[in-house]
Design a binder for this molecule. Structure first.
Ligand code: MN
Ligand code: MN
Length: 315
C-alpha cells in the first residue's frame, strides 16, 4: 500500500514556513483517492453581530502548523490509515449570501461523489445549512451533534430565512436531519422569549445546556450520545462559541459561562466509533483574537475530530 499523505514535520521544515494548508498537509486538486478532504469556507456575511470569520480558514490553517501527527493521549494515528489532503477554499460569492449557500451545496455535492469525508473550516454557521443539504442528498437525514452556545433555531432574522441563527430550524423543516437524533450541547445566554431554544425540544432535539455541564467530565455525556446514535450516519458541527470566551474570545457572538477546552476534548474523544460522514468547525473570527489562540483551539478541535473518524488506526 502506498504511504499516505503526511503533514510536513517541524523537524524537516521549520514550522513557520511551508504551505498554509491544514497541518501543512499536501494540497490536492483531485479527490479520487482521498478519505478526508479538509476545506475552507471563508465567509462571514451570514452573521448577526461581529464579523471576521471570513479570515477563519486562513488563521486556523496557520495555527494548525503546530499540531503533530500522533495523538499522544488517545493513541490515534490518523495519517497511518487515512489519505487526508487540504483541497483549498470554496469560491464563495462574498457579495451574496444566497449565492454563497448555493455554491457551498453544489461544491459539497461534488466532494461527496468521491466518498471523501469533508472537514470544513468556517466561516460563520450559515455554511452548515447547504452542507447538510448536500449531506442529506448523499446519506439521507443524518444524526446531528451540534456543539454551540446557541441553538440556531430562529425562524428568521430581519426577514431572512437563511442566516447563521436559523440553520437548524431549516434543517429540521427540510428533513435533512433526524430530529430525535439531534444533540445540542453547550446552550446558554440570554433570550428574547423563554422558548427561544426549547421549542426545538418539541421537534425531538435533545438539548444539554452549558450550566448543567459546568464542572463535569463530558466523557459520559459523549458516550451516551454515541450509544443513542448507534450506526446512523452522523454529522458533527462545532461552533467555537460553545467554549467560554476565556478560551475562545475570537468569535462573532460570545456568551459567558461556556464549556472549557478540556470538556470539548472529552466530548469529542467519546464520539470515537460513530459513523461520522462530515464535520465543520465554525465561527472563528481572527480579528477578535489577534493572539491566535481561538484559531489554535479551533485547529486542535478539527484535529481531534479527524482522530475519531471511521478507519483511523490507533497505536
Ligand atoms: Mn452557531
Ligand atoms: Mn453560536
Amino acid at each position: 500500500m502506498a504511504p499516505k499523505n503526511q503533514p510536513l514535520s517541524g523537524n524537516d521544515l521549520a514550522r513557520f514556513s511551508g504551505p498554509n494548508t491544514f497541518m501543512r498537509l499536501p494540497f490536492a486538486n483531485e479527490l479520487q483517492k482521498l478519505d478526508v478532504a479538509v476545506l475552507g469556507v471563508p465567509m462571514d456575511i451570514g452573521t448577526s453581530w461581529r464579523s471576521g470569520t471570513r479570515f477563519g480558514p486562513k488563521q486556523v490553517r496557520s495555527e494548525s502548523a503546530m499540531i503533530r501527527p500522533y495523538n499522544l493521549q488517545t493513541g490515534a494515528a490518523p495519517f497511518d490509515s487515512l489519505q487526508v489532503a487540504d483541497i483549498g477554499d470554496l469560491a464563495i460569492n462574498t457579495f451574496s449570501l444566497s449565492d454563497s449557500l448555493r455554491i457551498i451545496a453544489e461544491s459539497y455535492g461534488a466532494i461527496l461523489n468521491y466518498d471523501a469525508v469533508p472537514l470544513a473550516i468556517g466561516g460563520d454557521h450559515s455554511i452548515t445549512l447547504p452542507i447538510l443539504r448536500a449531506i442529506a442528498k448523499r446519506h439521507g437525514p443524518v444524526a446531528l451533534i451540534h456543539v454551540d452556545a446557541h441553538a440556531d433555531v430562529n425562524d428568521e432574522m430581519f426577514g431572512e430565512r437563511e442566516t447563521h441563527g436559523t440553520v437548524f430550524r431549516r434543517a429540521y423543516e427540510e428533513e435533512l436531519i433526524q430530529p430525535s437524533k439531534v444533540y445540542q450541547v453547550g446552550l446558554r445566554g440570554t433570550g428574547y422569549t423563554a422558548e427561544d431554544f426549547t421549542e426545538a425540544q418539541g421537534w425531538g432535539f435533545q438539548q444539554f445546556p452549558a450550566h448543567e455541564l459546568w464542572g463535569r467530565d463530558l466523557s459520559q455525556l459523549g458516550a451516551e450520545i454515541r450509544r443513542d446514535i448507534g450506526n446512523l450516519p452522523t454529522y458533527v458541527t462545532y461552533d467555537i462559541d460553545s467554549l467560554d470566551p476565556a478560551y475562545a474570545p475570537g468569535t462573532g457572538t460570545p456568551e459567558i459561562g461556556g464549556l472549557t477546552t478540556p470538556q470539548a476534548m472529552q466530548l469529542i474523544r467519546a464520539f470515537k466509533g460513530l459513523n461520522i460522514v462530515g464535520c465543520d468547525l465554525v465561527e472563528v473570527s481572527p480579528p477578535y483574537d489577534t493572539s491566535g489562540n481561538t484559531a489554535l483551539t479551533g485547529a486542535n478541535i478539527l484535529y481531534e475530530l479527524l482522530c475519531i473518524l471511521p478507519g483511523v488506526t490507533f497505536r
